[in-house]
Ligand binder design. Structure first.
Ligand code: NAP
Length: 242
């Protein structure tokens, strides 16, 4: 029996690396994101199935999930940050978009696939949080709030699923070099490059390895949370730069 893994936000970064490694490990991988051309190119390369997915749209989530016969692993990875404004200067639209993708996106996907995860007899949900889920920082307002909400949702889910055959994990990365910073700064590559200047960030592959490890523990072992930082980073804003 081949187990099915669903990875959201697999058109780049952590999600793409995760899809690749899960396919290498023999999982039947189904990937979703909005940029379908990129998704399809990856799917063709690794032998996965690509389906359009916007986690902020319930109809899109329903259509995506209706295509699945089973689901053994759900990686809620779609999301990211928008802007770095202070609370005083925050933009409502950015906050709403961050909540919609990171928090409600995770909720929509989990709620839709929970029956299949339970029916699998050994389901796993891995939510990608962030160091921002643990540590508030200057300019982090909306993203901190959204990822703290992801952490709360993850803990409640773990409590509510106690006694069911579904494990729940939150992985909280620090600095990972992906398209994250480019998206956060609205396509400003110069600003994005500054985030990683003079230090060695993690790569999407590093987080993917952790996800594969979590999903390959024996069924009775639940990795509840994992904080992953680059050696050059000790907290949200303490980074060694040479
Ligand atoms: P990324 O390269 O920008 O990838 C983000 C992915 O999310 C893309 O595939 C994007 O695809 C997808 N996505 C965004 N909104 C979506 C939506 N509404 N529906 C479906 N897919 C959506 O950044 P990344 O670093 O890999 O980010 C992955 C996750 O890691 C995010 O949750 C992020 O918050 C978290 N994280 C990142 C870092 C970091 O430093 N990079 C640190 C901590 C946590 P489309 O645009 O094609 O839809």
């Amino acid at each position: 029996m081949t187990r099915t893994a669903v990875v959201t936000g697999a058109s780049s970064g952590i999600g793409a690396a995760t899809a690749r490694q899960l396919a290498e490990q023999g999982w039947d991988v189904v990937i979703g994101a909005r940029r379908v051309d990129r998704l399809q190119a990856l799917a063709d390369e690794i032998g996965a199935r690509a389906l359009p997915l916007d986690v902020t749209d319930q109809a899109s989530v329903d259509a995506f999930c209706a295509e699945l016969e089973r689901c053994d692993l759900l990686v809620n990875n779609a999301g990211g940050a928008l802007g770095a404004a202070s609370i005083a200067e925050s933009d409502d639209a950015e906050w709403q978009a961050m909540f919609d993708s990171n928090v409600l996106g995770t909720l929509r996907m989990t709620r839709a696939l929970l029956p299949k995860l339970i029916a699998s007899g050994d389901g796993i949900v891995v939510n990608i949080g962030s160091i921002a889920a643990r540590e508030p920082y200057r300019g982090g307002g909306g993203y901190n709030a959204a990822k703290h909400a992801v952490a709360a949702l993850t803990r409640v889910l773990r409590i509510e699923l106690l006694g069911q055959p579904v494990r729940v994990t939150e992985i909280d990365p620090g600095l990972v070099q992906t398209e994250f910073a480019t998206v956060r700064f609205g396509g400003d590559e110069e600003k994005a490059a500054k985030v990683y200047e003079g230090m060695t960030p993690m790569r999407g592959e590093d987080i993917a390895e952790a996800i594969v490890w979590v999903a390959s523990r024996p069924s009775h072992v639940n990795i509840d949370t994992m904080l992953m930082l680059a050696r050059d980073q000790t907290s949200a804003q303490v980074v060694h730069r040479s």
